[in-house]
Design a protein around this ligand. Structure first.
Ligand SMILES: Nc1nc2c(ncn2[C@@H]2O[C@H](COP(=O)(O)OP(=O)(O)OP(=O)(O)O)[C@@H](O)[C@H]2O)c(=O)[nH]1
Ligand SMILES: [Mg+2]
Length: 203
């Protein structure tokens, strides 16, 4: 299921429910790190991963954005091979629907290198959900780099809380940083991954 890397940003997607696959330590000769992407349902997690891995943002034929709920979890692999940050990431995007809360717990293992806790900037409940997930990640993945990631930043006029609140939450929770991203506009995502890859390299 995993392809040979042939560009600095190549990626593959391989749906599976095997949480332990994140334990692979090398992939095609590259260090492999496990990344979790978590957050509320419809929060923009899958779109973020799709933008990173395939530079895609799904719309139907008339240009309307489409939504397909993640059923359980989906694994994508991303290779970074041309920059000095040579590594691969196994990125687990976890379904945000409450029905997956208990099964998601098995993915929070202590070998997790990075947790991206997403906050849907258009959903007032999303920040509280993110705070709970942040604590869960902190407890179960003590050595992981944990980021708070505000999604959908392109819809500036509908953001339901000030960005300052996201910054404060990140500081209080002890996040590495908070970031804002738009999968639709394609902003913030490469910068986020470049930064976290550099941090992983230095660890
Ligand atoms: N405006 C805007 N809308 C977005 C963006 N990212 C996602 N969306 C919208 O949010 C919907 C849900 O996005 P998904 O990425 O599927 O959400 P998810 O967090 O994976 O949802 P679950 O799989 O249910 O946990 C998409 O269908 C888009 O309509 C973005 O960057 N900007
Ligand atoms: Mg999803």
């Amino acid at each position: 299921m995993l392809s040979t890397p042939n560009s600095s940003q190549s990626g593959t997607r391989a749906p599976t429910l095997d949480a332990r696959a994140g334990n692979i330590t090398t992939l095609n000769g590259l260090d492999n790190k496990k990344v979790l992407v978590v957050g509320s349902a419809r929060g923009g997690k899958t779109c973020l991963v799709n933008r990173l891995v395939a530079d895609e943002y799904a719309t139907d034929a008339s240009g309307v954005t489409t939504y397909q709920q993640t059923l359980g979890a989906e694994l994508s692999v991303k290779f970074f091979i041309e920059s000095e940050n040579r590594l691969s990431l196994s990125i687990w995007c976890l379904g945000g629907h409450p029905r997956y809360h208990s099964t998601n717990s098995q993915f929070f293992t202590d070998d997790t290198a990075v947790v991206l806790v997403t906050v849907d900037l258009l959903n007032s409940k999303s920040l509280d959900e993110a705070k709970l997930l942040f604590q869960k990640a902190k407890n179960a993945c003590p050595t992981a780099l944990i980021y708070l990631v505000g999604t959908k930043s392109d819809v500036v006029d509908k953001v339901v809380f000030p960005i300052g609140e996201l910054a404060r939450a990140a500081q209080e929770a002890g996040a590495v940083a908070y970031k804002t991203t738009s999968s639709k506009a394609g902003t913030g995502i490469r910068d986020l991954f470049d930064e976290l890859c550099a941090k992983l390299r230095d660890m």
